[in-house]
Ligand binder design. Structure first.
Ligand SMILES: NC(=O)c1ccc[n+]([C@@H]2O[C@H](COP(=O)([O-])OP(=O)(O)OC[C@H]3O[C@@H](n4cnc5c(N)ncnc54)[C@H](O)[C@@H]3O)[C@@H](O)[C@H]2O)c1
Length: 307
């Protein structure tokens, strides 16, 4: 019989890119969720070793154990070393979070070959090498893997062409691993963030006006937090997602669904504004000097809704 995926929260986990941003929040969330079960056993990987050690102290104060491993995931030897360290430290692995990622903004016409290769090495090759190295251990534990991809994996994002293409490839890698490893009891899913405020996006939000514009573009009218993403990762790794594999969970506040709504609507605009439902969402009317009504835009239009 095919082994069923694990039905409990992960205890032994490896998180890459754990020093900052989304990866750090995921490590803290896994530790918090494991508190009642005696704590988590977390292997934390990043290039920033000092920040990992600070995080490890916070996790230990929460009752978890932490194993810190420094390494550059652009080096093909590193993913296998991280998995080996996690297995040596805690005797197995229930969850693998491939989160570390980089972007090198550049128009494609000017994108250097080494930048393209570096982005693909970290964003696409490393999740593959991590998954391959962890496959046997995850099969034993009937564990789960989450790969942090991006809204840019399905929506071309200029000037992040190499990044966007790398995340698209990584999304397909997730589907491929899910199909091949499902019979082994391993679930593999993608978490695609939208616009999240992290150390990695500081430059994009340095200008408050840009931040405000971006917030207004998101239907939920706010940018995402690392904790928002950690909650989704915890769901995908945990028992409530026991029948979810090969999925992309897009956590973007609705941003990806705004493409058609951002188009100018021409003559439809007046017709829409004339409907009672639309009128109730317009700003309040100001009374005219004669006690009459001020006309709303489109109020004297053809009266019909979309007919
Ligand atoms: N923040 C967003 O808006 C956003 C949107 C979509 C997708 N993402 C994805 O989420 C993931 C995390 O992003 P973030 O915003 O938290 O970024 P971040 O830059 O704040 O944190 C990324 C962490 O990964 C580490 N890292 C980077 N390259 C590494 C390497 N070669 N080897 C080891 N560690 C490395 C960094 O040192 C850092 O600690 C990335 O895969 C990113 O592509 C983020």
């Amino acid at each position: 019989m095919t082994p069923r995926p694990s039905s409990s929260n992960p205890v032994r986990a490896l998180v890459t890119g754990a020093a900052r941003g989304i990866g750090r929040a995921i490590a803290l969330r896994l530790a918090r969720d494991a508190q009642l079960a005696g704590g988590a056993r977390l292997t934390l990987a990043d290039v920033h070793e000092a920040e990992l050690r600070t995080l490890a102290e916070a996790l230990q104060a929460m009752g978890s154990r932490a194993n810190v491993v420094a390494g550059d995931l652009g080096d093909p030897e590193v993913p296998g070393r991280l998995v080996a360290s996690a297995l040596e430290a805690f005797g197995g692995l229930d969850a693998l979070v491939s989160n570390a990622g980089i972007a090198k903004p550049s128009p494609l016409a000017a994108c250097a070959t080494e930048d393209w290769d570096r982005v693909f090495a970290v964003n696409t090759r490393a999740p593959f090498l991590l998954g391959r190295a962890a496959h046997a251990a995850l099969r034993t534990s009937r564990g789960a893997m989450v790969v942090v991809t991006s809204i840019s994996g399905t929506h071309a994002t200029s000037p992040l062409g190499a990044y966007s293409a790398s995340k698209a490839a990584t999304l397909m890698l997730v589907r491929q691993m899910a199909g091949e490893w499902g019979p082994d009891g391993i679930r593999v899913n993608a978490l695609s963030p939208g616009l999240i405020v992290t150390p990695g996006t500081t430059a994009a939000y340095a200008d408050p006006a840009v931040r405000e514009q971006r917030e207004q573009r998101v239907p939920l009218h706010r940018l995402g937090t690392p904790e928002d993403m950690a909650a989704v990762a915890a769901f995908l790794l945990g028992p409530d997602a026991a029948y979810v594999t090969g999925a992309e969970l897009l956590a973007d506040g609705g941003l990806a669904q705004t493409l058609m709504s951002s188009l100018p609507m021409g003559g439809w605009q007046a017709q829409i504004a004339a409907t009672p439902q639309a009128a109730s969402r317009l700003p309040p009317l100001s009374p005219s000097a004669g006690g009459g009504r001020t006309q709303r835009p489109g109020e004297a239009g053809s009266a019909g809704a979309l007919d």
